[in-house]
Design a binder for this molecule. Structure first.
Ligand code: GLA
Length: 374
């Protein structure tokens, strides 16, 4: 893409979501970020091909429709800090630059998690678990280096991801086993030390379920009582067609808003492929099991299912609009259906607002319509 035509095309990118060699079809005059400009940020998780310019169609949609980005993988520990003493910021730097060029709020995801963190982090040279002191020291070095590098450029960080079990107790992750429950406080303190202006989030899935939500409420209350600078709770929002109910969604948003933290919907997608076992969880391991035998939409969604998905998105966004004073951001976990993690392992899924060709789906129209209020 170059020269005057490309420039004109990009000037109209808000109107036409395509300005590249492989353009996406027009999506109409109103974009998601325009429709919600007075409500909350509209974000999207981006992959490496998108922010490195290898997916012009996705790139055009990201620029036209969204005013915040999250990194699908490139800021996770295994990407940025693969070996002791060796950091690799090549992809992460490109991600942050991409968001800045597009004037988008750039989100950091994620610092302390039990998954996508290399085994060496928790072990000594002989493979034995390290001491509390060693692990705290490693965590501090990681957070100061990564958050410090993007100080003033990354608006908010998912500091701790998925620390809770479904019953609301703390997950027995290597972090908890080795450091103890205060690893959460320490992670927030180190992040604040590295960038005192950055917003700091606790992020998790299935908080719409009451036992887990109560665990999160207790955790946030404890952090706030200790003066830990937590600004938001991230509800991942990996939802299903029949879960959560809107009553659960509202109760969850209200419960966290009442604690004085912002609410963010951080990883929104709607899984339209029914699980073969009842599983209201975004736990990757569990979903892998649930996927077997559930791949029933390989030839596309029926019109009826497509409409049902649109209604589902509509009801979710009407709730978000109703609680817009509490909600700072709604981020989709992927641009098009083809980008979604919910296609794996071996599933064909349709969880987002744009189809595999980058065309807006009926769900897109419903989300726009919800911005007008009830
Ligand atoms: C969790 C993580 C995300 C992503 C999804 C699945 O929700 O927070 O980073 O890995 O799982 O892709």
């Amino acid at each position: 893409m170059n020269g005057i035509p490309a420039l004109w095309c990009c000037l109209f990118a808000g109107l036409l979501a395509g300005c590249a060699t492989n353009p996406a079809p027009p999506v109409g005059p109103v974009t998601l970020k325009q429709a919600y400009q007075h409500d909350f940020l509209i974000g999207v998780a981006v992959n490496q091909a998108q922010f490195e310019g290898r997916d012009p169609r996705g790139d055009a949609l990201i620029r036209a429709q969204f005013n915040s980005i999250s990194p699908e993988n490139v800021l996770k520990w295994e990407s940025v800090h693969p070996q002791p003493g060796r950091f690799d910021f090549s992809a992460a730097d490109a991600y942050v630059r991409f968001g800045e060029q597009n004037h988008q709020a750039v989100i950091g995801h994620t610092l302390v998690w039990h998954s996508q963190t290399p085994a060496w982090v928790f072990q000594d040279a002989a493979g034995r678990p390290v001491s509390r002191e060693v692990l705290l020291q490693r965590m501090r070095e990681h957070i100061l280096t990564v958050v410090g590098r993007y100080r003033g450029r990354i608006k908010g960080w998912d500091v701790v991801n998925e620390a809770l079990n479904e019953d609301g107790t703390l997950r027995e992750s290597p972090w908890k086993r080795i450091i103890g429950p205060d690893y959460i406080e320490k992670a927030f303190q180190y992040a604040h030390e590295a960038d005192p202006q950055a917003e700091l989030h606790y992020n998790d899935f299935s908080l719409e379920n009451e036992p887990k939500r109560n665990g999160a409420i207790a955790l946030i209350k404890k952090l706030k009582a200790e003066g830990i600078p937590i600004t938001a709770v991230g509800l991942q929002g990996h939802v299903k067609m029949d879960w959560p109910t809107m009553a659960q969604e509202e109760a969850t948003i209200t419960a966290f808003a009442d604690l004085g933290v912002k609410v963010m919907i951080t990883e929104l997608d709607v899984d339209v492929v029914p699980a073969t076992q009842q599983n209201h969880s975004a736990d990757i391991a569990l979903n892998g099991r649930a996927a077997a035998g559930a791949n029933i939409f390989t030839n596309g969604l029926s019109a009826a299912r497509q409409q049902a998905l649109a209604q589902r998105y509509g009801e979710l966004f009407r709730v978000f609009v109703k609680h817009r004073a509490a909600i700072a951001r709604v981020t989709f976990w992927g641009v098009t259906d083809g980008d979604s993690w919910l296609n794996s392992p071996g599933r064909v899924n349709y969880p987002l607002l744009f189809d595999r060709q980058g065309r807006p789906k009926p769900a897109f129209e419903q989300v726009l319509r919800a911005a007008d209020g009830p």
